[in-house]
Ligand binder design. Structure first.
Ligand SMILES: Cc1ncc(C[n+]2csc(CCOP(=O)(O)OP(=O)(O)O)c2C)c(N)n1
Ligand SMILES: [Mg+2]
Length: 586
């Protein structure tokens, strides 16, 4: 049938046909009566329904699926509680710029407002964490509004909600299924590109910051070509370590929290910075390691597809609203055959880049454990592994083409220094929403999108408690992922604040854990306890190999309680108490 010829169908058929027209082959969720009429025909449309343990897991999986594939991630749930369970994961997807379409059946149109079963107003809840909200206000508009949600998720690079009163799945309608609308952005304003090229031609020490936009627009080749033309060092923006190939001589590593000192020392010298596909978020530009590295005097050329982030965090000399790939290509074109002032002292620059990188590697290798008083105390006489050494061993054992998701926590943050990638769509960190419990379900979604690539989740033991229920999904659906759980017996990142600001008055930060390996086995997955450094690499390799037959393995890393630099030094201050009864709490 021609997609544009209206046909007689039911709204459920219109919805499912729209999913198929958008290339949807997997949908994550928990079964519910609200949308059962549509679910019933998923198999006939070539759609696999992946039942999960918790709807938050479904939406995280849709996020991971979208981030790994660049295609839509889709999830669905029962009206009311099933939908409110989506909230945290949709907020996370919003900040990860993931094109997630979340389908939210709502209470029936004829009872809405009467306070019936599983009723809540489902649009306001998501209004600040979606790019687009489509509400099917008449069943005859199902295909139109569903199609728009898919289009907008791509166009606006973020989650779109499709809200459907549950009685609107039924009935007789005439509908046409529109083909997907994909709109290119182009390179941006030619005058701005001219100005940027002129700045680059005159730059003495240009530096590129490669952001998430490089990944989303598949601009790796163009970013490499631009870097090589300029012979400019390239920093990854914070938590986008996969935005530039780590084996490239111009790669310097990530900026920001627990990032690369080489990247920070090099960008500190820049007179022109090309921020390619990055909003220059605050955590990627704040001082680290006691180092104020952001080059305050440098001229910034910022390229981003979202006009709202241009000049938002850092003032820019030239803002270019465009696609990172097209803009990089346009800049290259403008630089062709041009004399570049920065090439005058090229040998010196190359030597500086190599020296900074070598110094940082050496420092990392020697940085076997944390050296603050608390860390030295808790690790003294301990037989457990030092987190940094364990992370270095994991780094060495990483399989080719690996995808790694990382959670929020102290050890996950420290891992930032040890995660290097050769290709885009390889690192899925919990981005600015920063929720513990992100990494594991996201790795599951990524694995389903890219089954041929190894998928590894880094999770702290506290965050693991939030997310481990999806082991059920892995066992039931044979999702072969590897989870590395850092068992330090504490909500470490928050404990660090108690140490630094609250005179070690520990509250709610110490964890009593079961054997996480035994728990994994009880769920029907594999579980391995690793307490020696020489076991780390072999355990990771074995677990990654076992992914091929759908085996999910939990590697429980037994590590000391030492803690790396805190995340929010900027946001905390020593306590002040005025009332007598709280006098000692300083
Ligand atoms: C959902 C959620 N709850 C609470 C927090 C606050 N928080 C940030 S880091 C952290 C501790 C993480 O502990 P763990 O997962 O054990 O990792 P560790 O710091 O010990 O390496 C907490 C509770 C959060 N970010 N997200
Ligand atoms: Mg912990």
């Amino acid at each position: 049938m021609s997609a544009l010829t209206p046909q007689r169908m039911t709204p459920s058929e219109a919805l499912v046909e729209t999913l198929a027209a958008n290339g949807v082959t997997e949908v994550f969720g928990i079964v519910g009566s609200a949308y059962m009429d549509a679910l019933d025909i998923f198999p006939a449309a070539g759609i696999r329904f992946i039942p999960v343990a918790h709807e938050q897991g479904a939406a995280h999986m849709a996020d991971g699926y979208a981030r790994a594939s660049g295609r839509h991630g889709v999830c669905i749930a029962q009206n009311g509680p099933g939908i409110t369970n989506f909230v945290t994961a949709i907020a996370a997807a919003y900040w990860a710029h993931s094109p997630v379409v979340f389908i939210t059946p709502e209470t029936g149109s004829m009872t809405m407002g009467l306070g019936g079963f599983q009723e809540t107003d489902q649009l306001p809840i998501f209004s600040k964490i979606t790019k687009y909200q489509g509400h099917v206000n008449n069943p005859r508009r199902m295909a139109e509004i569903a199609g728009r949600c898919f289009d907008r998720a791509m166009l606006e690079m973020g989650p779109a909600q499709l809200n459907i009163p549950r009685d609107y799945f039924y009935g007789d309608i005439h509908a046409a299924i529109s083909p997907p609308m994909r709109i290119g952005r182009g390179a941006g304003d030619p005058a701005a590109l001219d100005e940027a090229a002129a700045l680059l031609a005159e730059a003495r020490f240009p530096v590129i910051v490669a952001g998430g936009g490089v990944i989303m627009s598949e601009a790796t080749a163009e970013a490499v070509a631009l870097a090589e033309r300029l012979q400019a060092p390239v920093c990854n923006s914070y938590l986008h370590n996969d935005s530039f190939p780590a084996s490239h001589p111009l790669w310097c590593g990530p900026l920001g929290y627990q990032g690369s000192k080489a990247a920070m020392k090099l960008i500190a010298q820049a007179d022109v910075v090309v921020a390619l596909g990055t909003r220059l978020g605050p955590f990627g530009t704040l001082p680290q390691y006691g180092m104020e590295y952001w080059p305050a005097g440098a001229k910034i050329v910022q390229v981003d597809a979202d006009p709202r982030v241009l000049g938002l965090v850092r003032p820019v000399r030239v803002g270019i609203c465009g696609d990172a790939r097209a803009a990089a290509a346009a800049l290259l074109q403008r630089l062709a055959g041009r004399e570049l002032a920065g090439h005058a002292k090229l040998a010196d620059r190359k030597a500086r880049i190599a020296a900074e990188k070598a110094a940082w590697e050496q420092e990392l290798t020697a940085w076997t454990h944390e050296r603050d008083a608390f860390s030295l105390e808790v690790a003294k006489d301990s037989k457990l592994m030092h987190p940094r050494q364990m992370l270095r061993e994991l780094e060495r054992a990483m399989p080719a083409r690996v995808m790694v998701s990382t959670d929020i926590g102290n050890i996950c943050s420290v891992s930032n220094s040890y995660l290097r990638f050769e290709e885009p769509r390889s690192m899925f960190a919990a981005m600015s929403f920063g929720n513990c419990g992100y990494a594991f379900p996201v790795a599951c979604g990524a694995k389903i999108a890219s089954p041929d690539r190894p998928a590894i989740a880094y999770v702290g033991d506290g965050a693991w408690g939030i997310s481990l229920n999806e082991l059920l999904t892995c066992a039931r659906e044979r999702i072969g992922v590897t989870v590395v759980v850092f068992n330090n017996g504490q909500w470490g990142a928050e404990k660090k604040n108690h140490v630094d600001f609250y005179a070690r008055r520990f509250q709610g930060v110490n964890l009593t854990n079961p054997s996480w390996a035994a728990v994994a086995r009880a769920f029907g997955c594999e579980g391995v306890t690793v307490d020696r450094l020489d076991e780390v690499g072999p355990a990771l390799r074995a677990a990654a190999a076992a992914q091929a037959d759908g085996t999910c393995t939990v590697l429980e890393m037994m590590v000391t309680q030492e803690l790396g630099d805190p995340f929010r030094r900027d946001a905390l201050s020593k306590p002040v108490r005025h009332l007598e009864k709280y006098r000692d709490y300083v």
